[in-house]
Design a protein around this ligand. Structure first.
Ligand code: C2E
Ligand code: MG
Ligand code: MG
Length: 699
């Protein structure tokens, strides 16, 4: 095939006959087309020679102005990129050989040369030179890369089983450039034993052709004794059968990256304050242990959920710094106590969880818990303070059969709550009943939420009567929940949950508004003198609302009810739990003309002292005292005392839970002014209450 691109030849030859011969030969060929420039002297040739000007130089070494190897050297020096073919005589063959050693592409004996040989020599010279150039460039790049990169280079001759390590490779493990033999064990022998199988597997996979390249991470022992994390990348060179004969690649020190990763990983799974495992890590360990138990690789175990008693008090009274230090000391004490296989975690706040291995019986778990309680017997010395604290511990055992880590932790948590409500410093083991109760509670809460949105509540009213004259004084409003599935639900079943979840606040406002509205309707229909009153139970949570008084005023205005007809029933605990702010609100409410009643009097704490602190209008004697009447002289005496004290303080008294005529007579004998109870009427729906108003003696 004819190649149209001309090959540019610089012919340097002082013999005209030889020059003609060359011209002759190059013109004979049909495949290529040559452009020949002829120079007789070296100086003439050098004047024309520039990179890229010619594809090849045909050079006679003996010229009028230069002789021998120097002729070649000068041409080569001026333009090393152009291939040179030396034209020589038999006698100068030795010299021509030397020129080839110095970089000439070839030499041709003038006498032997024929056209095809010359053309082939020129072609090869050009190709070889181009290949040399490419090779040199790539080698330079490679060398630069090796020098510039932080990588160590290795080149493994798989046949001879020798490895070349670059100086940087050696430096990475602290070895000098002249250290390390070419034995592959210099490398693999330094790989961390735990990482070696994976590295060998990765190498084998690539040698077998299962991976496109080798890539693996491992720790390599530095000469200073430490381990460095390395990333190796490599590629196998294969023979014509596909068998790997050589493998080469790089090794990068990734210790810094690995450390950063480890740090991140550690932080993600540990509690910053105590350094203990956090909830995520604990759940992870729990899950692993649970799976091992199921596979029977592992025995049963217990999860202890530990919550400090009154930790908030310590924080509030001694400050958060002391609280934090205490948590650290407790973590330390717990960690020292546990055995190596156990896991201790801080779940947050003052909550800890412990996975205790080898526990398959409740008694064993309780025993461990007992020893943990004992750890709290000694005080903790925190910044000069001797701090005593205790813990409530809930236990769940894998022998109960668990599917997930969350379940077992949840049950331990539920048990801890049980232990806590027992007064703290105790232990509870989880059982099925607790679980069912917890589930039921959760459902109740969800139902309650929905019902408050839907308004599934109604008010029942229970008459309050004057014991002296038997006349109807007013009503206590008592809420009922119209549960979509369970029908009417009494307040004992849900008021507690409503309080805990804060749902009592919206519910409480509804109760107040509905009761006021109802009473105002009745007052218009039955204009008694004095008018009927309404008693409404008010939760302590409502007293926490900053706008509580304003809202009560708003409800009274909007229902047009006179404040003096409204009685708010509160328990003694409100003042205990809500302090001065509550006291202030009570005073404001009272100033509005609203009457305040103490509900369930006698069941709270420090009853009598609180009576002196704040002036209430009415005491409602708890029905437990009334129930005891006639059975025990003590109850009678207490009731008489309360009535006497109340009249001394100018207070009204209502006896709750009057069920029998006997109780009624006894109370009347004690000059108890008013009563409420099944004897007179159960709490009833509004229509029924209205009938009662109609039929009850009014005076
Ligand atoms: P309480 O305020 O002491 O209400 C009196 C409770 O005693 C009512 O129970 C009433 O049905 C019951 N009772 C009345 N007479 C007798 C009797 O002769 N014998 C017996 N054994 N019981 C009698 P109820 O309606 O189940 O309410 C229970 C508690 O729930 C109330 O006790 C009150 O503390 C709370 N509660 C009821 N309604 C509300 C409300 O709207 N808001 C708030 N915060 N609490 C409410
Ligand atoms: Mg009440
Ligand atoms: Mg009561």
């Amino acid at each position: 095939m004819f190649d149209p691109t001309p090959i540019r030849v610089l012919l340097v030859e002082d013999s005209p006959g030889e020059a003609d011969l060359v011209r002759e030969m190059l013109s004979q060929t049909g495949a290529s087309h040559f452009e020949i420039e002829h120079r007789v002297r070296l100086s003439g040739a050098l004047a024309r020679l520039r990179p890229g000007a010619f594809d090849v130089v045909l050079l006679d070494l003996n010229l009028p102005d230069s002789r021998g190897l120097q002729t070649f050297d000068r041409v080569n020096a001026q333009c090393p990129s152009v291939p040179v073919i030396v034209l020589t005589n038999q006698t100068d063959e030795e010299m021509a050989n030397e020129a080839v050693r110095r970089g000439a592409q070839d030499y041709l004996l003038k006498q032997d040369t024929e056209a095809s040989l010359l053309v082939r020599a020129i072609r090869y010279a050009i190709e070889r030179k181009a290949a040399d150039k490419a090779m040199r460039e790539s080698e330079q790049r490679y060398a630069l890369a090796i020098r510039g990169a932080n990588d160590g280079i290795w080149d493994w001759n798989l046949i001879a089983s020798t490895i070349f390590f670059s100086p940087r490779w050696k430096e990475m493990i602290g070895a000098g450039a002249d250290q390390l033999t070419s034995n592959p064990e210099e490398w693999f022998g330094r790989v961390h034993p735990a990482d070696r199988p994976a590295l060998e597997a990765a190498i084998q996979a690539h040698l077998d052709g299962r991976t496109p390249h080798l890539e693996a991470e491992y720790r390599l022992r530095h000469t200073d004794g430490s381990d460095r994390w390395m990333l190796v990348r490599g590629l196998a060179v294969r023979d014509s059968n596909g068998t790997a004969v050589r493998m080469a690649g790089s090794q990068t020190d990734i210790t810094a990256r690995k450390n950063a990763e480890a740090r991140l990983l550690h932080d993600a799974f540990h509690d910053a304050l105590t350094g203990l495992a956090n909830r995520a890590l604990f759940l992870d360990r729990l899950q692993l242990a649970l799976e091992a138990t199921k596979r029977r690789d592992n025995g049963q175990f217990a999860v202890l959920f530990l919550d400090l008693d009154r930790f908030k008090n310590i924080n509030d009274s001694l400050g958060h710094a002391v609280g934090d230090a205490l948590l650290q000391l407790i973590s330390q004490r717990l960690a020292d106590f546990l055995r190596p296989g156990d896991t201790l975690a801080r779940l947050g706040g003052d909550e800890f969880a412990i996975l205790v291995n080898g526990v398959d019986e409740p008694s064993a778990a309780v025993h461990v818990a007992g020893r943990i309680h004992a750890l709290f017997a000694k005080p903790f010395l925190v910044r000069g303070n001797e701090v005593f604290t205790s813990a409530s511990i809930g236990i769940a055992l894998t022998t109960t059969g668990y599917g997930s880590a969350e379940e077992i932790l949840r049950d331990a948590d539920i048990s801890m709550y049980r232990a806590k409500s027992g007064g703290g410093n105790g232990t509870q083991i989880f059982d099925r009943k607790m679980h069912d109760a917890a589930v039921a509670l959760l459902k109740l809460e969800m139902d309650l939420r929905r019902s408050i949105e839907n308004g599934d509540f109604i008010m029942y009213y229970q008459p309050i009567v004057s014991l002296t004259r038997g006349r109807l004084v007013g009503f206590e409003g008592l809420v009922r929940w119209r549960h979509p599935e369970r029908g009417l639900v009494a307040p004992q079943q849900f008021i507690g949950v409503a309080e805990e979840t804060g749902l009592i606040v919206p519910l409480g406002w509804w109760v107040l508004e509905e009761s006021c509205r109802q009473l105002e309707t009745w007052q218009r229909r039955f204009p008694f003198n004095p008018p009927l009153s309404i008693s409404v139970n008010v939760s302590g949570k409502l007293f926490r609302q900053p706008d509580m008084v304003d809202r009560v005023v708003g409800i009274l205005e909007h229902t047009h009810l006179d404040p003096s007809s409204l009685r708010l029933e509160i328990t003694e605990n409100i003042l205990m739990d809500h302090g001065e702010a509550a006291l202030k609100k009570l005073t404001e409410l009272r100033a509005l003309g609203i009457e305040l009643q103490i509900d369930d009097f006698g069941t709270g704490y420090s009853s009598l002292s609180y009576l002196q602190r704040f002036h209430y209008d009415t005491l409602k004697i708890d029905r437990s005292f009334v129930a005891e009447m006639a059975n025990s002289g003590d109850a009678d005496a207490i009731i008489e005392t309360i009535i006497g004290l109340a009249s001394l303080l100018g207070m009204n008294v209502i006896a709750e839970g009057v069920e029998t005529l006997q109780q009624f007579r006894l109370l009347r004998g004690m000059r108890c002014p008013q009563g409420q109870g099944f004897l007179f009427s159960h709490p009833v729906p509004p229509a029924r209450a209205e009938e009662l108003i109609r039929n009850m003696p009014e005076r």
